[in-house]
Design a binder for this molecule. Structure first.
Ligand code: XMP
Length: 531
């Protein structure tokens, strides 16, 4: 999909101090960005090898953070920071691998771990005051940090001093105060370093001098101005899925361009109970946004008749969705733009050291393919935001809280929560079970603790006994996971009492189900959805 018409990221930071994070491939680089942004400072993550001198200079960061990474600086061709990083007269903060490459590049020495290292919780002794630790760690303190390293710094470059040391890392915190270069062997971005957030804030605010004025209100106002400038008096269409991302995109667009926006909501017949009514009432009745509500359930369910293979289901739905959306868009007339709720994690080009294309686990469905087919340009106002920031933006836009906090719902809908053939009867059974389950979760006050919870209807029938009679009905599986980004997940540890309450209610209230199970698989090795 062409990205050339997307709003330039450079516009978001205009007028705000910003930080550049160079990524060396750590699993937790995104956490650095989140911590920095939480403190009101805009930042971007760039792969270390895609940042040439001119690009870095043009970005004009107030400070640069070098992330951790899986390589050893002792390897031949080890990743290194562009030299310009140390020549621009801006503060630099090297984290783990970032510290080691900084030390090596400036003339110090890194020693191999020799099979040992520090992994997990560790403690550092604070030996000196420094700009990085000011107001947080006093000289003489013994502080908890989270380490994950084999190699360690063994000799400092000229101008550096040791600020803190641990058993396995004699140079756990180092500083060149004149140049405002700091390095830490541990990971301040993870929660297990209790003062990590404060140390990062010290770097961005006190050392680099960032104002910390990047808020969702300011993002909202600036986005509105940018959208107006990009779209002019042209028409924009936006596909609504019922999820948070597309909803926030639509409301933001509506604030910016009013009736130039038309939303399209395609009911595939595989939505949750009440979903379509909620979307229509919020957008059409509450916000009065022009909305095409297409009931395409016959088309989708007809095409899926007899289909049991998960990938065929996904591809069929994806193809039909584009066809229906295309037809609806033509009703709008001469739309020139398509608005999408693309988020920053989709945009970040993470450094991959594994090489080769990754395996397709599931074909995700969105409106990809449409812009080319219809010659539409993209409006993606949230390309720089993380999921939790989208929720904050929704709040800044005054959206109802229960809409903002909704669990994610996949594009293919209930189709991928029903292994085997999809029928209207089974969809009805699944909707009822799902409603009971979510009702109990909300009553127990657990909805916000859980990333995603839903019922799955299995293509298996088992024998039961109800009253004096034999039953032969479907099995329902319940799924609930915690996660931060959907990439990895843990199953939610419900209390047994809760599970038995839900099970009893589903079996009593939902005809067609006589057995309930709870899925205790994490991701990996499982995935969140069942197909
Ligand atoms: P999996 O099942 O891959 O899901 O562990 C991870 C997250 O992505 C959602 N998901 C989708 N979202 N279109 C979407 O918009 C899709 O095709 C799709 N498949 C999975 C899933 O609900 C979970 O939040």
């Amino acid at each position: 999909m062409t990205q050339t018409h997307a709003i330039s990221e450079t516009q978001t930071r205009a007028g705000h101090d910003h930080i550049l994070i160079l990524d060396f491939g750590s699993q937790v680089t995104q956490l650095i960005a989140r911590r920095v942004r939480e403190s009101g400072v805009y930042c971007e993550i760039w792969p270390f090898n895609h940042a040439d001198d001119d690009k870095i200079k043009a970005f004009a960061p107030k400070g640069i953070i070098l992330s951790g990474g899986p390589c050893s600086v002792l390897d031949e061709d080890a990743p290194a920071a562009p030299e310009i990083v140390f020549e621009m007269d801006v503060p630099v903060f090297g984290i783990c691998y970032g510290q080691q490459t900084m030390v090596k590049q400036l003339g110090g020495r890194v020693a191999p771990g020799g099979g040992s290292g520090e992994f997990g919780r560790a403690h550092v002794d604070v030996l000196e005051h420094s700009g990085l630790t000011q107001g947080i760690w006093d000289k003489g303190a013994h502080e908890q940090v989270w380490m994950s390293h084999g190699d360690h710094v063994a000799q400092l470059p000229a101008g550096f001093t040791v600020i803190a040391a641990s058993e396995g890392a004699p140079f756990a915190v180092v500083a060149n105060e004149d140049k405002q270069f700091y390095g830490v062997q541990f990971h301040p971005e993870v929660m297990h370093t209790p003062h990590g957030r404060d140390l990062l804030k010290n770097f961005t605010h006190k050392v680099a001098g960032c104002a910390g004025d990047w808020t969702m209100q300011s993002f909202r106002e600036e986005s509105i101005a940018k959208i107006r400038a990009q779209v002019g008096d042209k028409k924009v269409i936006c596909g609504l899925s019922g999820g948070v991302d597309s909803s926030v995109t639509a409301i933001l667009l509506h604030e910016a361009i009013g009736d130039q926006l038309t939303c399209i909501y395609v009911d595939t017949g595989m939505m949750r109970a009440g979903e379509s009514q909620q979307v229509v009432s919020l957008f059409k009745e509450h916000y009065r946004i022009p909305l095409i509500h297409k009931d395409a359930s016959d088309l989708f369910l007809g095409a899926l008749e007899g289909v049991t293979d998960p990938e065929t289901k996904r591809k069929t739905i994806g193809r039909l969705f584009i066809d229906v959306f295309d037809k609806c868009a033509k009703e709008v007339g001469d739309a020139a733009f398509l608005a999408q709720g693309t988020l920053y994690p989709d945009v970040i080009e993470s450094v991959s050291f594994t090489g080769g294309p990754s395996v397709t686990i599931k074909s995700h469905h969105n409106v990809g393919g449409l812009p080319e087919r219809m010659n539409l340009k993209l409006v993606e106002p949230m390309r720089e935001l993380f999921k939790d920031e989208v929720r904050d933006l929704g709040r800044a836009l005054g959206m109802p809280e229960d809409f903002i906090r909704r669990h994610p719902f996949p594009g293919p809908g209930l189709a991928i929560r029903m292994p085997g053939e999809i029928t209207r009867d089974k969809l009805e059974i699944l909707r009822k079970a799902d409603t009971v389950y979510l009702d109990e979760i909300k009553k127990a006050g657990l909805y916000d603790e859980i990333w995603q919870a839903f019922a799955v209807l299995l293509p298996v029938r088992t024998v039961g006994v109800m009253g004096d009679g034999r039953t032969y009905d479907y099995v329902c599986a319940l799924r609930a996971v915690t996660s931060t980004d959907g990439m990895t997940a843990d199953y939610y540890p419900f209390e047994h009492k809760f599970l038995s309450r839900v099970s009893t209610r589903i079996i009593n209230e939902v005809a067609g189900i006589n057995r309930v199970t709870y899925d205790i698989t994490s991701k990996p090795p499982g995935t969140i959805e069942w197909e």
